[in-house]
Ligand binder design. Structure first.
Ligand code: ZN
Length: 460
């Protein structure tokens, strides 16, 4: 008998954590932070519903913190097995988990969930595998990563688990998070030929993306308008993938490499700043893995530094960051966090939000109640660092840079998998998961369900 337990990620976008047990081997897929509210924060402090010391190994699908953020806690609580992922996932994990430690250390209200020593220990237990490489872990388990096209190194995982009762192997597929198509930098997600059980994400399980063909034109127009009126363009940024997507697009907007870039033409001179130590580190990691890019990006990366262009500056230290304030306009400032819930973006918003000659460009989803959402909705005044700030800035949004597949793409991916006994729809809000399950049932005749938190299901 093989069992799966949904320890996180059921009826929830965040906190992905699945335990699989065939009676001889126990393993975990993903171990993410639960995010989004105070109550969510508290769940992270609860003990795991299994004994970490009994877990033999784990698989990390990709580096978003809602998939890896509790790994150091797992280690702290006794997990000593190996952690498997692709190479970029491991490298990103080290920098983003260390970043998480420093954010937690600055939080006065709650004790840190784990410390630097736990991250270091996790990194020592980490092993890397390539896409397509079949990994055999003794007679009971083998697995293989495929490209999920979501962020650099993100993986769909195929796992074969021996059922000791029948002597047969059960094949499970974990989608991880699936990428939007077409991605700026990455390849399209890989298709899977067959599986007995599929866990599919559903972050956008009930939504269809707007056309993203004109995303570069919208970005270029914002830059051009700011140059024309000698203003300041601020962009709240997500460190991994979104930053590199935007840099890659800016590189073309400034240097005109692609057909589209040439057609749109050059923009004038503007100083561009990336003011985020984590995003800078993530960009360096991207530069080391051009083999993971899509064909067009790979080709361009052979002759050009695709994340660098004239008048672009990365500011790591605090002093360099301060100098941005006195630099002349026009200028463009990208800084974290992506929803303005912390980080250096707050200093820039505090400074530039009250002037209608400036512009803020949203390149990603803004959660309800986040400062980013309040600014986007035009609330005024807003409160930053305890100060009242008038929100008079021009506000624009560009939707095409989402890193997640929408409902059509998820259905497209599912439709190619043969012989599926059951689909478990996870990693979405209840409505989004249910909507995807309903469509998989009606359109693909798949037996799709939305599991509940802590539910244990027997796989045969
Ligand atoms: Zn993700």
């Amino acid at each position: 008998m093989v069992m799966i337990q949904f320890c996180g990620g059921a009826e929830s976008v965040t906190g992905a954590n699945y335990l699989i047990d065939n009676g001889k081997v126990k393993f975990v897929v993903d171990c993410g932070l639960v995010q989004g509210s105070r109550e969510a924060d508290e769940i992270n402090y609860e003990p795991f519903p299994y004994k970490p010391v009994e877990v033999d190994f784990m698989i990390a699908t990709h580096t978003h913190i809602d998939h890896i953020g509790r790994i150091p806690k797992l280690v702290k609580d006794g997990f000593e097995g190996e952690i498997y992922s692709t190479k970029p996932t491991k490298e990103f994990a080290e920098v983003s988990l260390m970043d998480t430690v420093s954010i937690m250390e600055h939080d006065q209200d709650t004790p840190p969930l784990f410390g630097e020593e736990d991250v270091n220990k996790a990194v020592k237990q980490w092993r890397v595998k390539e896409y397509q490489e079949l990994v055999e872990l003794g007679p009971d388990i083998s697995f293989r990563f495929q490209d999920a096209g979501h962020i650099l190194g993100s993986a769909i995982t195929e796992v074969w688990v021996l059922d000791h009762d029948t002597g047969k192997r059960i094949k499970m597929v974990f989608s991880g998070d699936m990428g939007n198509v077409p991605s700026v930098l990455l390849k399209k997600y890989d298709y899977i030929e067959e599986a007995d059980y599929v866990l599919v994400e559903s972050c956008y399980g009930d939504r269809i993306h707007e056309q993203n063909d004109d995303r570069k034109a919208i970005l270029r127009q914002a830059v051009k308008d700011i140059i024309d009126r000698n203003g300041v363009l601020i962009v709240p940024m997500f460190s991994i993938e979104r930053t590199q997507d935007i840099l890659f697009e800016l590189n073309d907007i400034v240097e005109n490499h692609s057909g589209e870039g040439k057609k749109l033409g050059r923009v004038g001179k503007i100083d561009v700043y990336l003011d985020s130590p984590l995003a800078i580190k993530a960009t360096e990691i991207h530069k080391r893995y051009p083999q993971y890019y899509n064909e067009e990006a790979k080709k361009l990366a052979k002759t050009d530094d695709v994340f660098d262009f004239p008048f672009f500056t990365m500011t790591t230290g605090r002093e360099e960051s301060m100098k941005i304030n006195t630099a002349p306009s026009p200028k463009m400032i990208m800084a974290g966090s992506g929803m303005s819930t912390g980080g250096r973006i707050l200093y820039h918003e505090e400074r530039y939000l009250s002037d209608p000659n400036n512009m803020i460009l949203f390149v990603g989803y803004q959660a309800p109640n986040s400062l980013g959402r309040k600014i986007q909705d035009g609330q005024s005044p807003v409160y930053i660092h305890g100060r009242e700030v008038e929100n008079n800035i021009e506000r624009r949004s560009v939707g095409g840079y989402s890193a997640h597949a929408d409902q059509n793409m998820l259905i497209d991916w599912l439709s190619q998998i043969k012989n599926v006994k059951q689909v478990f729809v996870v990693q979405g809000d209840s409505e989004a998961s249910q909507a995807l399950a309903d469509r998989a049932k009606s359109e693909l005749s798949m037996n799709a369900i939305v599991p509940t938190d802590d539910q244990i299901i027997e796989l045969t």
